[in-house]
Design a protein. Structure first.
Length: 147
């Protein structure tokens, strides 16, 4: 028997869904300019969570696309992917809970979220868009909580 088959899981994913989408493209000029300069935009990821019901937690992962200051004809885009999960192990510590929310679940589902973001951009007319960003959630966690 392998270690993973005898390990008790601390949580279970209940659902994954697109919670919110916002594409603001003020004019065709903005679209054309964004399509030509999309590589200079940056992508920011915000993660937050909130309790839902009986051991259920909603984890929101919001991707923001931000244009550099030099670009005058910009677009604005935000995509929020939510992951609803249930805490199975009610004896986990607050520190373990933080790691589940900020490291384990985002890391396990990041490819799913990248695929959604890429798909939505491509279907919105940005055919060459590909979110190929990698995120080291463990490193971000260490940076945030060791200071």
């Amino acid at each position: 028997m392998t270690k993973t088959s005898i390990e008790k899981k601390d949580y279970e994913i209940v659902a994954k869904y697109i919670k919110d989408i916002s594409f603001e493209i003020p004019s065709p000029d903005n679209f054309v300019d964004a399509a030509q300069n999309l590589g200079s935009y940056t992508t920011k990821l915000d993660i937050n969570s909130k309790p839902y019901k009986k051991n259920l937690i909603e984890l929101n992962c919001k991707f923001h696309l931000k244009a550099p200051e030099i670009i005058k004809k910009r677009i604005h885009a935000e995509i929020c992917v939510s992951i609803l999960f249930k805490i199975i192990n009610t004896k986990i510590t607050p520190e373990e809970m933080k790691k589940i929310i900020l490291v384990k679940i985002p890391k396990e589902h990041f490819d799913y979220m990248k695929d959604i973001v890429t798909y939505l951009f491509q279907k919105s007319g940005f055919k060459n868009f590909n979110l190929n960003k990698e995120v080291d959630f463990e490193e971000l966690y260490r940076e945030q909580y060791t200071n």
